[in-house]
Design a protein around this ligand. Structure first.
Ligand SMILES: [Zn+2]
Ligand SMILES: [Zn+2]
Length: 170
């Protein structure tokens, strides 16, 4: 995924990339990436400084962290990046703001590869605890029943003995 610096025009230039997850080396033991990674990069700015506004979309599948049923994950990520030509007399980079990263490019550079950053943004967009639905009830820790589908009796039987004493009194 290379932004050709020579192709950038004065007003606004758009680059679109479609790369398969395999090609991008996207791999996670818990997540299966199902669709091509669509990346759109809008480039604006001046000759000496370009702002890259990147948005990424793809789809993955993983297991619900509570009930282990498959969950489809539409993934969206974006990041901004400033490419600054450092000219013949390179200066120390300015401190980048929190959202916008600053990268210095040499005048002789013809392209800038964003593959690594796109991969990083996708990995960051993965939920830590994916859920099939907000109120997923998970699996019963005793019998393993999927509590979204049925109610088991374990909850009642495994009552804390101290409570059953109390129950007798009631
Ligand atoms: Zn679930
Ligand atoms: Zn149970």
């Amino acid at each position: 995924m290379k932004i050709s610096l020579r192709e950038i025009e004065a007003s606004e230039t758009e680059f679109n990339f479609q790369v398969s997850p395999e090609e991008m080396d996207l791999f996670s033991p818990e997540v299966e990436f199902l669709e091509v990674v669509e990346t759109r990069v809008r480039v604006t700015g001046s000759e000496k400084q370009h702002l890259l506004d990147t948005s990424i979309e793809t789809k993955a599948q993983c297991k619900c962290s509570r009930c282990l049923e498959p969950v489809s994950l539409p993934l969206r990520a974006d990041f901004k990046l400033i490419l600054k030509s450092c000219g013949p007399f390179a200066k120390a980079p300015e401190t980048p703001s929190e959202e916008e990263d600053l990268v210095l490019v040499a005048d002789s550079d013809t392209s800038f590869d964003i593959t690594e950053r796109v991969r990083g943004a996708i990995i960051l967009s993965l939920p830590l605890k994916p859920l099939c639905r907000e109120d997923c009830r998970g699996l019963c820790p005793h019998c393993g029943a999927n509590l979204n589908l049925k109610t088991c009796q374990c909850g009642e039987q495994k009552l804390d003995p101290r409570w059953s004493k109390l129950k007798e009194l009631m």
